[in-house]
Design a protein around this ligand. Structure first.
Ligand code: NAD
Length: 535
């Protein structure tokens, strides 16, 4: 028989309701700062305990939308770097001996700490970097996802047992921790790139030393605070997670030349990657280079144009065109060219540009006035090289500072010099094709090779795009766009994108030291390849 609802149970329900209807407090700077342990004056070096810095050289962090000074950070100098590196090296010695599943448990807790701070950390990304709220929070979700992935890896970091040609011998492969892993990251993914690298490095038994972009130091400080809490609560040695906020030309140079960093994962421009890869290569270190892209979508006359439109729009306008995987070129079949562009332009007209912290905003600012200058230069160059601006092209100042731009569409040939270059802004070049062979040639006819896509409902066209004569990029998709990747796959690109891979699949191997072992249990010596050698 059903129990009669007692009157006593009801007040508890009604008591809970007002909390649900209560308006969410606004995402103010004060609230974000308080919840993430930030303040107006900060120091730029940390290896698990107190923050410190001794350079006397201060870096300003500003809100790119308004120009407001968010905080001042005293930068780390070479002496601070040396202190941080010492802690990173010492902590590695203990961490490498902790069984990987126990390391995984710490990363599981770190993932949970990120879940608890997801809204605030995502909002800080919007405040300091300028991407819109949903994208800032999506970036934190990516950090959580890689933690889950690393927890799984903690029980599956495995090497094969191999067949020996010698009797009563066994061969096998082991993977050992590598050392201190250096991470140098770009401004546009100010939290996720560090987590992609750190979660893998930690589970592999490495400690991590991070130099974030000087354009997003607060995001780095907030990440370090969250990680510190988790490592400290587990009684782990300081130094497993370290950060130095300092100039590329000072601490950055020390880092890339440092033989104590067997691996550096660098995310940034091709220009910087060329230099950094060169220096690390010279000292025979290992590097993961994640550099610029120039990503295209081929839109076939056999495509579902509604889906193609949604992906092209997000790919080109999302993050104000400041993703390495942003769609920069559309190669459209001549039969659907005019109709498709008409619809795309109609979408562009509806883009709500404004404060990235306002949930109604679709496009925030560029990172700074330098990025706006690059946008303007690219428009001038495109026009000179025969380009026709179909939409946009202007700089905007909704909050007084000229850091906003209109998303822009330019019709121009693939061979034009400016089309061959990555401009880190929402400029989309559009071009026509007749035959798929020509579309693929145009697609591959740029120096970069990161992300690529074809929209088609033809199986043959899709398979051809993925075949050896198809896309030459590290990422090739059918019927989804170029922008936004999941953590389960290996992420990275070919040619001037640098050839590095990070995140899922077997990328963890780069963060470890491979060792081949041969064990003789037979009591007799047999030389390989049948060589006889007796006294
Ligand atoms: P950037 O090359 O200007 O800076 C990247 C990092 O290098 C920063 O941390 C910077 O401080 C550091 N640096 C500068 N000089 C240095 C030196 N001498 N030694 C060591 N480090 C130094 O790049 P950015 O403007 O921050 O980011 C945008 C670029 O990053 C774009 O080209 C974008 O495509 C690329 N990116 C690539 C990926 C990818 O996965 N392929 C992801 C995100 C961004």
């Amino acid at each position: 028989m059903a129990k009669k609802t007692t009157k006593k149970a009801q007040p508890a329900l009604t008591k809970a309701q007002p909390a649900l209807t209560k308006a969410q407090p606004a995402l103010t700077k004060a609230r974000i700062f308080k919840e993430l342990g930030l303040s107006a004056r900060l120091k730029g070096a940390n290896c698990g305990g107190e923050w410190f810095a001794s350079s006397g050289d201060w870096l300003d962090s500003r809100n790119p939308a308004t120009g407001e000074l968010l905080a001042r950070i005293e930068q780390a100098d070479n002496a601070d770097y040396a202190k941080v590196m010492k802690a990173a090296k010492e902590s590695f010695l203990a961490w490498r001996m902790l069984p990987a599943p126990r390391r995984g448990e710490v990363i599981r807790q770190f993932g949970d700490a990120l879940r608890a701070k997801k809204d605030m950390l995502g909002a800080l990304v919007s405040l300091e970097m300028g991407k819109i709220l949903t994208e800032g929070q999506g970036e934190v979700q990516e950090m959580i996802d890689i933690c889950d992935y690393a927890v799984g890896l903690s029980r599956t970091l495995s090497g094969p047992t191999l067949q020996s040609e010698r009797p009563k011998h066994r061969m096998m492969e082991q993977w050992h921790p590598l050392g201190v892993v250096g991470v140098i990251s770009a401004f546009n993914f100010p939290v996720a790139v560090w987590a992609w690298n750190s979660a893998l490095a930690w589970v592999c038994g490495d400690s991590v030393l991070w130099k974030p972009s000087s354009k997003t130091p607060l995001c780095a400080i907030a990440c370090q605070n969250i990680a510190n809490e988790v490592f400290q609560a587990n009684g782990l040695p300081a130094g497993l997670t370290c950060v130095v906020i300092g100039k590329g030309s000072s601490v950055g140079e020390v880092m890339i030349n440092d033989h104590d960093l067997p691996l550096i994962s660098f995310t940034g421009s091709t220009k910087m990657g060329r230099r950094i890869g060169g220096v690390i290569g010279e000292r025979l270190g290992r590097s993961i280079l994640e550099l610029g892209g120039n990503n295209a979508i081929i839109i076939s006359d056999k495509a579902d144009l509604t889906c193609a439109l949604a992906s092209s729009f997000f790919g080109a306008v999302g993050t104000a065109g400041q993703r390495c995987t942003s769609t920069r070129r559309l190669i459209i079949h001549e039969k659907v060219y005019a109709t498709f562009l008409q619809k795309l332009i109609a979408n562009y007209k509806r883009v709500r540009i404004g404060d990235p912290l306002d949930p109604a905003t679709l496009m925030g600012p560029l990172i700074d006035e330098g990025a706006v200058a690059d946008f303007e230069k690219a428009i001038v160059a495109a026009k000179k090289q025969g380009g026709k601006v179909l939409y946009g092209g202007k700089v905007l100042k909704p909050f007084g500072v000229p850091t906003f731009v209109e998303p822009t569409i330019i019709e121009l040939k693939n061979e034009a010099e400016i089309v061959q270059t990555e401009t880190f802004a929402p400029i989309l070049y559009v071009m026509k094709y007749k035959k798929l062979t020509d579309a693929i040639a145009m697609h591959n006819g740029v120096p970069q090779g990161l992300s690529s896509s074809i929209y088609t409902d033809s199986l043959a066209e899709g398979e051809r795009f993925l075949s050896a004569e198809g896309s030459d990029c590290g990422i090739a998709n059918i019927n989804i766009g170029t922008s936004g990747a999941e953590i389960g796959g290996a992420f990275g690109g070919e040619k001037e994108t640098g050839g590095g891979r990070e995140s899922g699949s077997d990328c963890w191997k780069t963060y470890m030291r491979r060792q081949t072992n041969t064990i003789n249990w037979g009591g007799e010596i047999h030389l390989a390849q049948g060589v006889e050698f007796h006294p």
